[in-house]
Ligand binder design. Structure first.
Ligand code: F6P
Length: 510
């Protein structure tokens, strides 16, 4: 007899697979059934509103019934309760995942700890704005992966109109990245944020040392006094030389790629002010509440995860694409790549057994309309089936003639319609197969609160996918081996394969 999870997958595999054309034809209520309007009234901040339209995916009632049964078999409700209840959501590292607490969703002790840490960050941000560290016009934020992508996304999205401080996020060890930031900053009015959960990451520590060197060589008498550390390892930051008053800690149980809400968000707060940062948190909290309190298909992130599982495990899609029809979200595909691929790109289940089906697809994407003129050919006529997400804002971010925004939205909607409808032609080269899925997230306006809700939506979607696949989304051991081998190359120890040895010799590394 098969176990309940296998039975649920068997049932899913037995569901009839209809075309989108047939699904729309068969059910006039389809758009209403597979769309969710989320309206969040936030205290002290602008309300958040967004429409989630999953009707152009192949989900239908039999599939949704079966996915809901799968969620039950996988213990989704208990896993969700454990996540918010501070249970061991990350068993391989034996700890909770408390990023939700940073925005007020979690156990009382976790939330109180988060509030105290954010209050500390707020005091430093306000003090800097008031001139406590002298004139500050620039911030070079040094971090990588989760210590860079969230801040970069949020700063880029929220500072188009006004930025209190000019922020440059530098992640790559390639010195060109840091040189570019140096060229744009006046050392006399520049602060350096060193963002690293572990405070050991080689790229970040090397870049931080070079940034201090640059300050010192350019007339700053106390370079160390210009550094702020953002870390879950405050002792190490102090050892490295950062004054305790400028170390902003965050809890170990907040994962790197989930850390935007913690002191890793310092550059965002410095650029837009603490009030806007709190709006970002409030938007995320509202999405937490929706995710926590809504069951089954009515739950937006869970519905999205049902579609993700359908395409990955039942239709064999190896990639999924995200196109933001909004310049302010240009960094979103990069951000989602880490969130989804580092979380769910796993080969073993939560029990440590090899997975029996594919896990995270490759997340990729870009901005519309640019991407239409570069990669959409493959989406429309290529041989790979790629589920697409479109993300757009009803309110424009620009102040130019409204025709810009109108064209932007029209193009976004046209692409989803074209992917689905396809087009017949006597000439095979000019025919479009159609029946290609997409989902659309249409936000009312892309402000700080909405961005918070959007990012939290994807965090919960990623978590829901992990629960349905029975994997741990909160560890990332797959990144360690390459780091260890780089260390061996650096120290000259260890034996390498003939190809690597030849490459090292060619580059003069040996
Ligand atoms: O190598 C991967 C990783 O550990 C990510 O998970 C993390 O976001 C990034 O490196 C940076 O790590 P840290 O914040 O400790 O410098």
């Amino acid at each position: 007899m098969s176990d309940p999870i296998s039975s649920a997958w068997d049932r899913l595999r037995e569901c009839p697979q209809s075309t989108l054309f047939d699904l729309f034809g068969a059910d006039p209520e389809r758009v209403g059934k597979l769309s969710r309007r989320l309206d969040f009234a936030l205290q002290g901040h602008d309300d958040v509103g967004m429409l989630l339209d999953w009707s152009k995916t192949h989900l239908d009632d039999p599939l949704l019934d079966s996915f809901e049964a799968l969620a039950t078999a996988c213990g989704f409700e208990q896993a969700r309760a454990d996540l918010f209840g501070g249970g061991i959501a990350n068993p391989t590292e034996g700890r909770a995942a408390t990023h939700g607490a940073m925005r007020g969703s979690g156990t009382q002790p976790h939330v109180e700890e988060a509030e105290a840490l954010l209050a500390r960050m707020g005091m430093l941000v306000d003090a800097i704005h008031r001139g406590a560290l002298g004139e500050v016009n620039h911030l070079i934020h040094i971090g990588i992966g989760g210590s860079a992508l969230g801040p970069e996304l949020a700063v880029d999205a929220l500072t188009r109109d006004l930025s209190l401080v000019d922020v440059h996020v530098v992640s790559n060890i390639d010195g060109l990245a840091l040189e570019q930031a140096f060229a744009a900053c006046d050392p006399a009015t520049t602060l350096v944020a060193v963002a690293s959960k572990t405070f050991t990451t080689i790229e970040t520590m090397t870049n931080a040392a070079s940034a201090l060197d640059w300050l010192g060589k350019n007339g700053v008498s106390d370079p160390g006094g210009r550094v702020i550390a953002l870390t879950a390892n405050p002792e190490r930051a102090v050892e490295w030389g950062v004054d305790e008053t400028r170390v902003l800690p965050f809890p170990e149980s907040v994962g790197g790629r989930y850390s935007l809400w913690s002191s890793i968000g310092f550059p965002v707060a410095l650029a837009v002010g603490m009030e806007e940062f709190h709006a970002l948190l409030a938007g995320a909290k509202a999405m937490d509440d929706h995710f926590r309190e809504t069951d089954g298909r009515a739950n937006g992130p869970l519905l999205a995860a049902f579609a993700d599982q359908y395409y990955t495990r039942l239709r064999g899609c190896q990639t999924r694409a995200v196109f933001a029809y909004d310049e302010r979200l240009a960094m979103l595909p990069d951000y989602l790549q880490q969130l989804e691929m580092e979380s769910n790109g796993k080969g073993v289940t939560i029990e440590g057994a090899p997975v029996s089906a594919p896990t995270a697809p490759i997340t990729w994407g870009g901005v519309g309309t640019d991407a239409q003129h570069a990669v959409f050919q493959l989406l429309h006529q290529g041989t790979a089936l790629v589920p697409v997400d479109f993300i757009a804002s009803i309110a424009p971010g620009d102040e130019l003639d409204p025709t810009h925004h109108r064209q932007l939205l029209m193009n976004c909607f046209a692409q989803g319609a074209a992917l689905m409808a396809g087009k017949e032609s006597d000439d095979p080269a000019r025919a479009y197969p159609g029946d290609r899925p997409s989902a659309t997230i249409l936000v009312d306006d892309l402000d700080a609160a909405t961005l918070g809700a959007l990012v939290a939506f994807h965090e919960h979607r990623t978590f829901a996918n992990a629960v349905l696949m029975r994997i741990n989304p909160f560890d990332q051991f797959g990144v360690e081996l390459g780091k260890a081998i780089a260390g061996q190359i650096d120290s000259g120890e260890g034996q390498f394969d003939a190809s690597t040895t030849a490459l090292m010799a060619a580059a003069g590394l040996r």
